[in-house]
Design a protein around this ligand. Sequence first.
Ligand code: PLP
Ligand code: COI
Length: 339
Amino acid sequence: MEQLDWKNLSFGYIKTDYNIRCYYRDGKWSSPEVSDSEYINVHIAATGLHYGQEAFEGMKAYMGEDGKVRVFRWEENASRFIHSAEGIKMAPVPPELFREAIFMAINMNRKYIPPFGSGATLYVRPLLFGSGAEVGVKPSAEYTFLVFVTPVGPYFKGGIKPVNMMICRDVDRAAPLGTGTFKVGGNYAASLRALISAKEQGFSSSIFLDAREKKYIDECGPANFFGIKDNTYITPKSESILRSITNKSLMEIAEKLGIKTERRRIPVEELETFEEVGACGTAAVISPIGKIVDPDMNRIYEYCRDGEPGKLTMQLYKKLVGIQNGDEPDEFGWMTVVE
Ligand code: PLP
Ligand code: COI
């Protein structure tokens, strides 16, 4: 293994030694198999390729100062993976098989887990797709579930430095009764026009509004949105966003810290009244937002004028990351040691 520069990793793919594969055939899941190949042999008529029968998860393994490796709320990812599978009529992966496969993938690639204090983590990517052949539009009878891992640094450049985002009004990532709450590849394909347009204009990400009325904030590319004002953490209620496990956890942390929480619709104009805003997710952790531009409405909302994240954002960040790294007591029972 070449020596990795742990402190300067980006959020990208680095080859590790092994990945795990399971197959669903004749109504049953096979036991996990270990592979050292980065490639899969896929049928040319697989429904995952043609009709988007594909879902994934994203989680991280953290190296603690005590040398123990922990994962964060894996049961939540397992249950969202089932929600996504059912949402596009795929065979769901039982939680016990999910746990076994992610633990195997982590354990077999221990040397790629970034050291404590490096700021980097081992990203764990479970993936499920229809691998049986069909030509008519229908769910596959066969599925492939695989898990690979890769060491990663921060998703948004700068880590906890504020980033700028752009409201995108000419693209919807998901329809109100569509697939927005499922973590399926199609939603990410649908988001790419907005992402590229935001990037071309110098922004880190696009912010999506509700598809029906274009009045309310939905989410920030691959992360949920939150705003803070009057000691209250406010995050969108919407039927077309992913239910972020990080967001749910931040709400629990906020309550514990004496910060009120609200999950409700957030009209775009309310952006003007927030003291702090940010994006949160497994990959993004917490990314404070410095500026939100709404080009079609000719509006700019500014935060963090001193270039630093806001006070409550930092408090939430420190607590979350402290728990994940094992520096803070796991008072919510969120961490599982990978043995
Ligand atoms: N929203 C979208 C669209 C995402 O892809 C993600 C990443 O998983 C999130 C939100 C954040 O969810 P979580 O905190 O569970 O990672
Ligand atoms: C995550 O936060 O784990 C994600 O899945 C975001 C992403 C699509 C890179």
